[in-house]
Design a binder for this molecule. Structure first.
Ligand code: HEM
Length: 138
């Protein structure tokens, strides 16, 4: 880190998330994109939606070009102290693993939901059949 470089805390981002004052946090670096909102090829709305939080995943998901990565240097204003970034906001993957883990009992439950009425129906038919058989035998 060079001298004079500013270090922010994560909470600072919340104060800079509107059209007249918009900061982005991408890979721990903070960018003031207020002047860039109008010129962003992806539109201003996506940038506003990505402000006030860790926008690293949003930025990377788009697959920005090297040219875009070069352009962003113009807006660089400092870094965020990593210890102030909430873990849940940094690791998006964790939530998606939790979602896949939940899928298994859901699938089993669907099978049971389908099998139970079938078993009851089969049981009822079986009883009816037995009842008829007993009548013909007497
Ligand atoms: C300082 C930060 C950013 C800069 C300098 C920047 C720059 C650019 C540039 C130059 C493009 C044109 C395509 C390319 O060259 O890759 C672009 C497209 C785009 N950007 Fe950004 N961008 C930034 C942040 C973001 C963020 C945080 C999002 C959030 C989702 C975003 C979403 C998009 C989208 C959706 C497109 C359009 C892609 C397409 O239609 O092909 N950008 N951006």
């Amino acid at each position: 880190m060079g001298s004079g470089e500013k270090v922010f805390v994560y909470e600072d981002l919340v104060k800079h998330k509107d059209r007249n004052d918009c900061w982005l946090l991408i890979s721990r670096k903070v960018y003031n994109v207020t002047q860039f909102l109008e010129d962003h090829p992806g539109g201003d709305e996506v940038l506003l939606a990505a402000s006030g939080k860790d926008a690293t995943n949003d930025f990377e998901d788009v697959g920005h070009s090297d040219d875009a990565r070069e352009q962003m240097q113009k807006y660089y204003i400092g870094e965020v102290d990593a210890t102030t970034i909430p873990a849940r906001r940094m690791y998006k993957a964790q939530t998606s693993t939790a979602a896949t883990q939940q899928e298994e009992p859901g699938f089993l439950f669907k099978i049971i939901q389908f099998l139970v009425p079938l078993l009851i129906l089969g049981f009822a038919f079986g009883l009816q059949f037995l009842g008829k058989k007993e009548k013909t035998e007497t």
